[in-house]
Design a protein around this ligand. Structure first.
Ligand code: 3H9
Length: 718
């Protein structure tokens, strides 16, 4: 709702009240309309200030209301009422003015912002456009190029930048509401003719067509199939080419087009999913609201390879004191140099405080004796990691959290090397660790709730989105990747090419197809794991070369590695590159010939494989594994899996995540297609729908937020 009060005798103050961000719910909109009428009708009131409770102006339309039937006064007439007011209306912007919140501010005649406030139009990230006049007022106020930038990227600007752009009239370090009241008194009685943005002509730069062409190209490049950014460009175009009223009609049409699209639903689901993962729970009943994190001031990183360096940077930038350990002098000094460079680039590009003094380097593991938490990031080798954990358990002070950055090894086996297995968890960072937002916090059957809570909170402090997951091979992300990769390999055997498979996945919205990603991360990584698992048998010939443990196995990746084709690093992999380390993937005729020979050798006849089959086999096998993970209790809910896939594996955000996507396709359809492919390829693993998927499909494809009711009481896999 909105509260009304009178301050300094003549200023009517309207305070938005809807915690936590004063979103414009039906009650708030009704409150604003009622209080505006009241302020305008009271003769003693000469001017009006609009502000938000608890130091937050407004976070925009109430996203929680988007799924329900619209009630209360709509936003557009509300902003028109404010702009048309005969008394000056001043927005006092503290904290945030986002989306509809900024539209509300733009309808006011003046805007005073606190220096720490952030302003922006983030609607594009929700699959929408600013639909309460934002696309029509902002270009009139700050010009077309700047408005296009803010509206199509959704980026927040500081109060200082907003002042520079002309969005706000004054910035203050003092109390913004007091400043707005003073300001409102100073403009009492002044003409408002020049203060109503909707009456401004929209500036028409001479190179208008080129500006819009560039903006369209830019959004096409970065949107990867998302429709909102391009639609935002069209709405701003209407501001330049149409009179205000007609522009508003166009904005409304484009807004409803986006609002009713599946993409907006997916992005709004994702918005809440990303916040829901912080309310974690584990298979043995520990929960976020009953587990208290321990204080951590000093942390250590063991092993300063690529991952260890990124983790060190991330910890130091978050304000932790860090002891960085690498046992070889030469590697330590190389790491030191690399970390310094990363910190300097972070400071230059993102304004992150330089944190050199937070890090102490050492060649000795003994240096970690007084830290509160250790993150082990040595080479992915169980024997080595076990030794490190034994050492740490002996050296560290009692009660220290021992975390491993393994990407899939058994946390419980590592925990069993220590005197306090309850203090061990996985903190699985994604490369580059100082940039990627995702952190999988992996709890074992013995990890204490307090330790899980501490690792989750550490992640948050490091600016990550932490997701709690159970212990199993590959955890959530890498476990689901396996069937996805396997299907891609089988498709090559059956007649597809890497280019064809990648093109289908990129058209779906992945930044890179599976084979390009594989070339980027290095084919040797998976090869080592398969060798350790006893799957690689170079001497095998004939049928047995394609069978492991009774199921079909594709040795294609192993064969490429045997020929030294490790991907980008060697200049050859599934594609060819102009040099080792080259980045531009080009189709490789050698590989096509190799695939033909391989098929001939194994009696396989290449067939035409269409777009639908590539997509369904790769994605549905991955999704099926996701349901198996839910069934096993490794992830607490579908949101956890979706956040992991969007933030860690390049799943297109406008498709919500693999579990949300499955719900959109229809779980019965996913089951039906998996069964179809399973019938054709009975020996291919990953195509048999798991029982949870079948159960949900049979119970009428319930909405995703109802799945938890059907998921049986989870149990740990180990
Ligand atoms: C719009 O305005 C459309 C209009 O142009 C036109 C319409 C016709 N509504 O992120 P946090 C909740 S579209 C409802 O953890 P932070 C959030 O779910 C809207 N709820 O905190 C969470 O709840 P919980 C355009 C909202 O400090 C809690 O607030 N606006 C909304 O890290 C705390 O959120 C946006 O897109 C909302 N609008 O970040 C702004 N916003 O505690 C979206 C937040 O139960 N919001 N909540 O999990 C944000 O970007 C961030 O939440 C914000 C605070 C920066 C505000």
């Amino acid at each position: 709702m909105a509260l009304y009060s009178r301050v300094s005798g003549s200023v009517g103050m309207i305070t938005l009240q809807n915690p936590p961000v004063n979103a414009l719910s039906a009650a708030v909109r009704q409150g604003i309309v009622d209080m505006m009428h009241r302020a305008l009708s009271e003769p003693e009131v000469k001017s009006v200030v609009i502000c938000g409770q608890n130091g937050k102006f407004c976070g925009g339309a109430d996203i929680r209301e988007f799924g329900a039937k619209m009630t209360g006064p709509p936003l557009v007439p509300m902003v028109h009422l404010i702009e048309a007011a005969s008394k000056p209306v001043v927005a006092a912007i503290e904290g945030i003015a986002l989306g509809g919140g900024l539209e509300l501010a733009l309808s006011c005649h003046y805007r005073i912002a606190h220096s720490k406030a952030r302003l922006g139009f983030p609607e594009v990230a929700l699959g929408l456009l600013p639909g309460a006049g934002g696309t029509q007022r902002l270009p009139r106020l700050i010009g077309v190029p700047a408005a296009l930038d803010l509206i199509t990227t959704g980026r927040h600007v500081t109060a200082a930048e907003a002042r520079q752009l002309g969005i706000v009239d004054e910035v203050t370090d003092l109390n913004a509401v007091d400043a707005a009241v003073k300001f409102a008194q100073s403009v009492t009685g002044k003409s408002l003719d020049a203060r109503r943005i909707s009456t401004y002509p929209c500036p028409r730069p001479p190179d208008l067509d080129a500006i819009f062409e560039r903006a369209m190209q830019q959004v096409r490049r970065s949107a990867r199939g998302a429709i909102a950014p391009g639609t935002c460009v069209q709405a701003v175009h209407a501001a330049v080419t149409l009179p205000y009223a007609k522009g508003m009609e166009r904005e409304r049409e484009l807004f409803s087009l986006l609002f009713t699209s599946g993409q907006a639903r997916a992005l709004q689901y994702y918005f809440f999913a990303q916040r829901a993962v912080s309310r974690w729970s584990t298979a043995n009943g520990a929960r976020w609201d009953t587990s208290k994190p321990r204080p951590v001031r000093k942390a250590a990183v063991i092993g300063l390879g690529t991952m260890g360096r990124g983790i060190t940077v991330s910890l130091a930038q978050a304000g932790f004191s860090v002891v960085a350990v690498e046992t070889q002098e030469k590697q330590l000094s190389e790491a030191k140099q690399a970390v310094s460079g990363m910190l300097e680039r972070g400071a230059k590009r993102r304004g992150v405080p330089l944190a050199h003094d937070k890090i102490k380097y050492s060649c000795s593991v003994q240096a970690v004796a007084d830290v509160d938490l250790v993150i082990e990031a040595v080479f992915e080798d169980m024997a080595l990691k076990k030794t490190v954990f034994q050492q740490l358990s002996a050296i560290c002070k009692p009660g220290v959290l021992l975390c491993t950055n393994t990407s899939g090894l058994d946390i419980d086996e590592l925990a069993s090397q220590t005197q306090s297995p309850e203090l061990v968890v996985g903190m699985h960072f994604f490369a580059p660790a100082h940039v990627m937002q995702l952190l999988e916090v992996v709890y074992g059957p013995r990890s204490s709730p307090e330790v899980v809570a501490t690792a989750m909170q550490m992640g948050k402090k490091m600016g990550k989105v932490s997701v709690a997951v159970g212990n199993c091979r590959g955890f959530v992300g890498n476990r689901m990747l396996k069937p996805y990769l396997e299907q891609a390999f089988f498709l090559l055997e059956e007649g597809a090419t890497p280019e064809q498979v990648d093109q289908v996945l990129e058209e779906f919205g992945f930044a890179m197809g599976v084979f390009k990603v594989s070339d980027l991360s290095g084919l040797d990584v998976g090869w080592k794991v398969r060798k350790a698992d006893g799957l690689v048998s170079p001497a095998s010939t004939g049928t047995s070369a394609r069978i492991r443990g009774g199921s079909r196995y594709s040795p294609l990746g192993d064969l490429l590695c045997e020929r030294g084709r490790f991907g980008q690093k060697t200049g050859r992999g599934w594609y060819q590159y102009d040099k080792p380390g080259g980045r531009v993937a080009k189709p490789d005729p050698w590989l096509h010939g190799f695939l033909e020979e391989y098929r001939a050798q194994h009696g396989l006849v290449a067939r035409h494989i269409d777009h639908q089959e590539v997509l369904e086999r790769c994605l549905y096998a991955l999704i099926n594994e996701g349901f198996q993970i839910l069934q096993d209790g490794i992830a607490a809910g579908p949101e956890d899996i979706d956040v992991i896939y969007v933030l860690g594996y390049g799943w297109p955000r406008h498709r919500g995540g693999p579990m949300f996507y499955a719900g959109q396709v229809g779980l019965d359809k996913v089951v039906e297609r998996l069964e179809h492919y399973q019938q054709i390829h009975p020996d291919v693993p990953g195509l048999q729908p798991c029982s949870l998927l079948r159960k949900l499909a049979a119970s009428g494809n319930p909405a995703i937020h109802k799945w938890r009711e059907v998921i049986q009481k989870p149990r740990s896999q180990l």
